[in-house]
Design a protein around this ligand. Sequence first.
Ligand SMILES: [Zn+2]
Length: 342
Amino acid sequence: MEHTNHLQAIGDLHSWHFERCAGFQSIVESCGWKGNLYKKPQDIYLHSGIFKEIKLISMDVQDDILLLKSSGTSGTNRSHIYTDRFTRISQQRALQEIITKELLIDIKDKPAYYVIENPKTIQGRGIEEVGYDARFAAIKGFSTFGKGMKYLLNENNELDLNSLENLRNERGNVFIFGFTASVYLYFIQRLISLNIRISNNDVILLHGGGWKKLEKYGISNSELKKSAEKTIPNINCVNYYGMIEQTGSIYVECKEGFLHTNNFGLIITRNNNLDICKYGEQGIVQSLSVLPKSYPGQSVLTEDIGIIYGKDDCKCGKGGLYFKIIGRLPKTEIKGCSDVYY
Ligand SMILES: [Zn+2]
């Protein structure tokens, strides 16, 4: 999709949420953005922190709503995202289009699905009063692309050797999903220390989120990839970037190690004055998604720092903007207009 189409869709969503979400309307009006809903849709954004502070919901009929909560450890400070059935279906469809295209997964002949997760984190934690946990939602969301679901960790976060043996005996393709830090700390590093090689023919390892923890250990994405290839020679180790406010429209890493925008999502980077950066310049990442209709998550200013390197000329041959996430803002330093609301 060309950028003009993304921006047009974002303009439509701004207007949709302006009419249906009191919180969004009041922010837009107070920031003097009303005239820009269509004119400059890229300049209207909510800071991701606002979803932790106020209830933002945009629906006429408030039924069939699922509350999705971010997986923060500090119980009170979690994002609250309200999704209705329509939004969930379009998010799942987008995810399917992105995953089948980028990872070449054939959903008619699904690979075996393994998660680098402790079953305790997930079991008994479904759709319940406390809400839908983002970690659970991701594991479940990606389970559509594989068959069965086996945990590679036990309840003490150790490698489950039986499960690992099953994986090594799989004859067909294998799809492994995990959060970046768990993939490195609980899986790859342990395989290396136990001197276990996984020599299956075709292993896709998709990982995302949780990289903050890994940063603490000084491990980069390319180092993770190298270690993974050492112990699983036929692996396709792929990172993705996504956020709870924009489930479905994730950005997937290409062979050259860059994340790419796609039909559903677009990235903008902004400097400290919140002006749009040039290619190659590092800035605060703003992410646009054409999917959210039950909450105003269509344009979110994150706390991540990234660099957009260019458009349509990545060596991998794929189109779109190609970018990298290189870190996180030390503290919330952004002085955007929507900041005053929390
Ligand atoms: Zn590329």
